[in-house]
Write a protein that binds this ligand. Structure first.
Ligand SMILES: NCc1[nH]cc(CCC(=O)O)c1CC(=O)O
Length: 324
């Protein structure tokens, strides 16, 4: 592939269980693709060591900057991120070389006694540090005429599920994809349908990044790319960018394709978006449907079109809000 193609490829990863699981999967795929061994290089990011809330320390970008520094310094060859943790603006010197097929994008409820959102009793305490989840859960509770309390929490998946198993909270909300990657899907009490809770832009998808200067590696990694996932998450992220949201802003988005990619002839893409106040009193929720974008530019345009419609409906006034 290039001059020193005999040495193992170095894959930089955070050391959380989730990051190790997703890096491990990609490492295997790349090993198969290239015939070269892939070694994991563990890197600690500021988001892993800080106890502050994500909103305070500047959003989810805190998980990626150390990996990106290592890429640019040539200490690692490529990195795997949860796409939803990537800031919407892609640095010019880094290639988003592949976005593999997305997993289930939905959020899930992990509740005590297998309760669902509908059967949780009045006054239930639900843990989430995400303003997006708070806004939609509180709006849903209002619709059901039920009083709930959203409790800001942080921590890795095990820690968050621990709040429920230790009896400190009635439920927590997590991403289905994260649970599935660490083998804890059995603990899901309810999959939250996007009609009630739209996931974060890019949720359930991975991003494989390498230095722009390493063109041969970028070309190899591109074989892991799924074009349908790419247009869907590109539209979702361009909506987020156009709403000028920081990564901790309460924006949900999901693009789905119909018929589904498994059925071969995909004709349409629907892009849904939501932004709201964390108390759920005000939500701006809209969707648009169009032909499946045939380029990144078309996907971006679709995100911008939905953003403009949402801004028209008052989304701008809701963007300033931060967690708590
Ligand atoms: N914010 C942390 C984070 N980043 C990616 C995932 C899950 C995996 C994914 O969405 O791809 C999670 C955990 C969660 O939100 O429950």
């Amino acid at each position: 592939m290039n001059d020193n193609s005999s040495r193992p490829l170095r894959l930089g990863t955070r050391r959380s269980k989730l990051a190790m699981a997703q890096s491990g999967q990609v490492a295997q795929a790349v090993q198969q693709l290239t015939g070269r061994p892939v070694e994991l290089v563990e890197i600690t990011t500021y988001g892993d060591v800080s106890r502050e809330s994500l909103a305070q320390i500047g959003g989810t970008g805190v998980f990626v900057s150390a990996l990106r520094d290592a890429l640019l310094a040539g200490e690692i060859d490529f990195a795997v991120h949860s796409l939803k943790d990537l800031p919407t603006k892609q640095p010019e010197d880094l290639a988003l070389a592949a976005i593999p097929p997305r997993e289930d994008p939905r959020d899930v409820l992990v509740a005590r006694d297998g309760l669902t959102f509908e059967t949780l009793p009045e006054g239930s305490r639900i843990g989430t540090g995400s303003p997006r989840r708070m806004a939609q859960l509180n709006a849903w509770a209002r619709e059901l005429g039920k009083e709930i309390e959203t409790v800001p929490i942080r921590g890795n998946i095990d820690t968050r599920i621990g709040f429920v198993t230790k009896g400190e909270l009635d439920a927590v909300v997590l991403a289905a994809a994260g649970l599935s990657r660490i083998g804890r899907s059995a603990e899901v009490s309810q999959f939250l349908e996007p009609d009630a809770v739209l996931p974060a832009p890019g949720q359930g998808a991975l991003a494989i990044e390498c230095a722009m200067t390493n063109a041969p590696l970028a070309a190899t990694l591109a074989e892991l790319d799924d074009p349908y996932t790419r247009v869907a998450v590109t539209a979702e992220r361009s909506l987020l960018a156009a709403l000028e949201a920081g990564c901790s802003a309460p924006v949900g988005a999901l693009a789905d394709l119909s018929p589904s990619p498994d059925e071969q002839i995909v004709t349409e893409m629907r892009l849904r978006g939501v932004v709201g106040t964390t108390d759920g009193k005000t939500l701006v929720q809209l969707s648009i449907t169009g032909p499946v974008p045939s380029s990144s530019e078309e996907a971006v345009a679709m995100g911008h079109e939905l953003a403009a419609a949402m801004l028209d409906k008052g989304a701008a006034g809701l963007m300033g809000e931060r967690a708590l």
